[in-house]
Design a protein around this ligand. Sequence first.
Ligand code: ASN
Length: 339
Amino acid sequence: MTKIFVIYTGGTIGMIRDPDTGVLIPFTFEQIIENVPELRRMDYELTVHSFDPIIDSSDMTPDIWAELAILIENNYEDHDGFLILHGSDTMAFTASALSFMLEGLGKPVIFTGSQLPISEVRTDAKENFITALEIASAKLDGKPRVPEVCIYFENKLYRGNRTFKYNSAKFEAFRSPNYPVLVEAGVHIKYNDAVIGKLENSILRVHTNVSNNIGVLKLYPGISPQIVDAVLNSDAEAIIMESFGTGNTTTAKWFLEKIEAAIANGKIILDISQCKVGSVEMGRYATSSALKSMGVLNGYDMTFEAAVTKLMYLLGRNYPKDRLLRRLGTSIRGELTKN
Ligand code: ASN
């Protein structure tokens, strides 16, 4: 029988509406199972680890990412796959973080959750839960078919570190515009095997040390020198600069001088775009070629979530700086495509 390790962290999937106040309050895993009687008809052996207390994913932290990674490591040999029930708000951050922390992953780690609680008549939770389980247990030629950290939501399986939550109102809450959908579930579950990452004879190595010593500089026309200074002169070792279009910024002299000085002082500056589709192309316009020659790093088509968690992971590895910079600009878990 296929053995799946289920980790229940919380989120809307496991909430029930308090009849008196209308406020959503958490459920136990047993109550979830009561709401999905179909699970009893499925041929899986589920081992369940429930967080105590269960949390809204807005309370997620790097320490909890580490706890998840260790749970996976400790149960890796005995299980065919992992299913993580998680709130949708920060699911893309946790999935991205785990993709980096679980080096050499050879089994599925599938995140899912829902937009409506499992106890509600119109819930999207049941389909998400049941199909995610099916994908977590899928095999091809006797091997796990999707040995990646993924998010399954509203009929689609996405690579976790390519995904972001884009809609808080629709059941289709996630998108992954820069990487194809890995699996689509309709009448049949269609696996797009050509785009699913596979490692030959991989050995799992778990890295739980991450550093949150990063900052974010989101640009907008009219940004003041004081705001730029506040970020650049902070203690952060690395700064994600959310730029315009293909990685462009203002060419104002004061701005470029501040960026250049920050890099001279040892700061790492990673350029990602505010656009959700497409890639940073440093040097395409004059507005980014100056940045390139100063040593601003190209973040290519990484999501904000992948950029945050990749930097946290790489800083936590304590690599020499040149190695860290090389890895930042290279795909290490399928999180970016170079143009
Ligand atoms: N606030 C919830 C969470 O992220 C939202 C959800 O799960 N749909 O935990």
